[in-house]
Design a protein around this ligand. Structure first.
Ligand code: ADP
Length: 577
């Protein structure tokens, strides 16, 4: 049977050079020009090398690329819905011509494979976005990545591998297609339904897998993506702990967990086909596809990019050709009165249906609220809670910005003292002058140096925040872009509160506690903020205080109150306030 044949091929083929050829490949690769793979290219290369992307034999040349974008097929007619391309800079492309070799290295410089260059081409990435994703909108994370984070030249050619990229996390769960098939064969599994996910598995997901296995009489391959998923998703360390915690809920010898180093594109329908091809290569006979499979989330205007069942409709047309059967599901919702998951359109009238979105889940975790048992098993909730501490136990940064003399140092010292008086937290002060003495002593006040200074403060503040501490920063930070960059760095790990001390320039100049304004006016200090260098007013401050009207004590009090209201610190009770 063709289907059996496809599966056999996948099991036997990978692109790692045979032992007798390997030394030659290494020699050629080390001598050749080289390219350090990006995170996404590393994921793609791993699946090329281990046979997960069978029948691909390398990164796509121009012909295959055009054909895949337009018709979802390689130039030879084989079904393949997603471009797998090696994008490089113009600089790197300079040294390459068809017939040459390119060494593919990991970010540390270790040689992983060589690419036998067939062609170089400059794609129309906007057209690619429309063809592959059906939209040119940057609201789509796959499109945003394509337009903003890929390089302009694609290099096509076959690859020969030296070894697979190394992973040090969860080695026991990282299996190649060949290893997964071997494990299935050992256990005598002939029908296996794959489950794709980029989220923690909650009860609805377990329902899907149990019902699917039951419906088609198959075993289960729980095959979560740990390569790249949608920005903002729960990190894979946390997710894998959740999956491991869940596995005991499957009867013995019915489910296997293996991690997939795929870089998702969030391409909805086309991505579902791709997932099916990859899972066939891993030995699955079936794949679960529910609502909005590999969906990119909504546009900013609230509309969806794809219909919730477009992925199912597309895969249905190609199941036979791919050699995998789809197990499709309608949207399942929880009905409390029946204590059961039901298809959305079968909920008896008068009964309420419940769901909890990813955003709502994260909100509950960070506010310390309960996650109900009907939604997720307690052991999974427990793992999530370990990663998502309630706000009050997480680190945060208070970033005071304002002109020289606006009161940043005084207010931050008072804030520091108030927080220390309460106890229980560690605080690091990153005052402008202190930082310039320690972290940035060699820097001056040019725009470049100011940005570098703020970037260093941001890096340290982000680390302090990540470790659960409090950072109080008080630089002038006159430029909006630099402040925003710090916000992004810190918010990846905890809270960020921008406080604008908005005293008018005249007031700061009148105070002139350090005599700096007088010297700036006299031309003795160059690039002085407010006098000879701009201060860009923040529009994103959480707290704005005009310190010409409000004293430093009261300003610190306003900040504290904000921290309490937002849950970063506990509320003071009556006795201690
Ligand atoms: P992705 O599809 O991007 O991996 P998920 O991890 O959320 O995202 O989904 C994994 C699989 O479970 C997909 O096939 C999806 O369609 C299905 N799924 C998730 N939640 C539901 C639900 N409530 N009803 C039906 N199918 C669902």
């Amino acid at each position: 049977m063709i289907v059996e044949k496809l599966r056999e091929d996948a099991g036997g083929s990978d692109l790692i050079a045979a032992p007798q050829r390997r030394a030659e490949v290494v020699r050629a690769g080390l001598r050749a020009p080289s390219w350090n793979l990006t995170e996404r290219q590393l994921c793609d290369l791993e699946l090329l090398l281990n046979g997960g992307f069978m029948p691909l034999t390398g990164f796509m040349n121009g012909l295959d690329y055009e054909s895949v974008c337009q018709d979802m097929r390689l130039a030879n007619g084989a079904l393949w819905p997603i471009p797998i391309v090696l994008d490089v800079t113009e600089e790197a492309a300079k040294d390459l011509t068809p017939g040459t070799v390119l060494g593919l290295r990991d970010p540390e410089g270790a040689l992983l494979a060589v690419l036998h260059v067939e062609d170089l081409y400059r794609p129309d990435r906007k057209a690619e976005a429309r063809q592959v994703y059906g939209t040119g909108s940057r609201d789509h994370p796959g499109v945003a990545f394509l337009l903003d984070q890929t390089h302009p030249v694609y290099v096509g050619g076959t690859v020969e591998g030296v070894h697979l990229p190394s992973h040090f996390d969860f080695p026991e769960l990282r299996m190649t297609p060949r290893q997964v098939r071997a494990a299935m064969a050992r256990q005598g599994w002939s029908r296996v339904v794959g489950f794709q996910t980029r989220n923690p598995m909650h009860r609805v997901h377990q329902e899907l897998t149990l019902r699917a296995a039951d419906a088609v009489g198959a075993k289960l391959l729980i095959n979560p993506v740990v390569g790249m998923t949608k920005p903002g998703d729960i990190d894979h360390y946390t997710r894998v702990r959740c999956y491991k915690a869940l596995m005991h809920r499957y009867p013995e010898d019915t489910a296997m967990l293996a991690l997939l180093p795929l870089a998702m594109r969030m391409a909805g329908p086309r991505e579902a086909l791709w997932h099916a091809i990859v899972r066939r290569n891993f030995g699955c006979t079936h794949l679960i596809v529910g609502r909005d499979h590999a969906g990119p989330g909504k546009r900013l205007n609230g509309r969806s990019f794809y219909g919730p069942f477009d992925a199912q409709d597309l895969l249905r047309q190609f199941e036979a050709e791919i050699g995998i059967a789809m197990v499709s599901f309608p949207t399942l919702v929880y009905v409390g009165q029946l204590d059961a998951y039901l298809p959305e359109d079968e909920v008896p009238s008068g009964l309420a249906a419940h769901t909890i979105s990813g955003t709502e889940l994260r909100r509950r975790l960070t506010s310390g609220e309960q996650v109900p048992d009907w939604f997720t098993f307690p052991e999974v909730a427990g793992e999530l809670r370990r990663s998502y501490r309630p706000r009050r136990e997480r680190g945060f940064t208070v970033f005071l910005t304002g002109l020289s003399g606006s009161g940043k140092s005084t207010v931050s010292k008072i804030l520091n003292a108030r927080l220390l008086e309460r106890g229980g937290r560690t605080i690091t002060m990153l005052d402008g002058d202190v930082v310039r003495k320690n972290l940035s002593s060699e820097l001056g006040f040019s725009r470049e140096h100011r940005d570098l200074n703020i970037q260093r403060i941001g890096f340290v503040a982000a680390e302090i925040t990540r470790h659960g501490g409090i950072a109080i920063c008080a630089p002038i930070a006159p430029y909006d872009a630099a402040r925003k960059a710090v916000r992004a760095m810190v918010e990846a790990h905890g809270g960020f509160v921008l406080v604008h001390l908005a005293a008018p320039l005249e007031v700061c100049e009148q105070r002139d506690r350090k005599g700096l304004y007088a010297r700036a006016r006299a031309g003795m200090i160059k690039d002085f903020t407010g006098i000879s260098d701009p201060y860009e007013l923040p529009e994103d401050a959480e707290v704005t205080i005009d310190t010409s009207e409000i004293g430093a004590d009261e300003a610190a009090e306003l900040i504290l109150r904000h921290l309490e209201e937002e849950g970063f610190v506990g509320r003071r009770d009556f006795a201690t306030s």
